[in-house]
Design a protein around this ligand. Structure first.
Ligand code: AMP
Ligand code: ZN
Length: 118
């Protein structure tokens, strides 16, 4: 399967890893959108949040605990944002479930600009 995140899991391509265990990997995003920007992915190939089931979704709770632990290590005590882009309209480009963690500054909200509508 030609999945860039599976290749990171398998060690076929390098990543700047922050954390790894038997269920997930955390690594810095190649194109950071905030002073701190890393991704956490399940090792299992799950295409998106839209194909989660009671069986394969157990890893999500684990991933959120991992995120909280990494955030403590990176001194993100002032807060951060966890983002999941799901499907085409959600802006998902890599079809392997992943969570973006963005922090290191106060982030703007909302991400959707209604005034830009035509
Ligand atoms: P998304 O648009 O939500 O699918 O996000 C995919 C993210 O993966 C983007 O922020 C990319 O910069 C990031 N990305 C793609 N390839 C790599 C890679 N090899 N190592 C680290 N981050 C990557
Ligand atoms: Zn994959």
């Amino acid at each position: 399967m030609d999945c860039v995140f599976c290749k990171i899991v398998n060690g076929e391509i390098p990543a700047n890893k922050l954390y790894e265990d038997d269920k997930c990997v955390a690594f810095y995003d190649l194109a950071p959108q905030a002073p701190v920007h890393f991704l956490v992915i399940p090792k299992e190939h799950i295409e998106s949040a839209n194909v989660l089931t009671e069986e394969n979704a157990k890893v999500i709770g684990h991933i959120f605990c991992v995120i909280a632990n990494i955030a403590k290590k990176l001194n993100l005590e002032n807060g951060y944002r966890i983002v999941n882009n799901c499907g085409e309209d959600g802006g998902q480009t890599v079809k392997h479930l992943h969570f973006h963690i963005l922090g290191g500054k106060a982030l703007s909200w909302p991400p959707y600009d209604k005034s830009a509508e035509v």
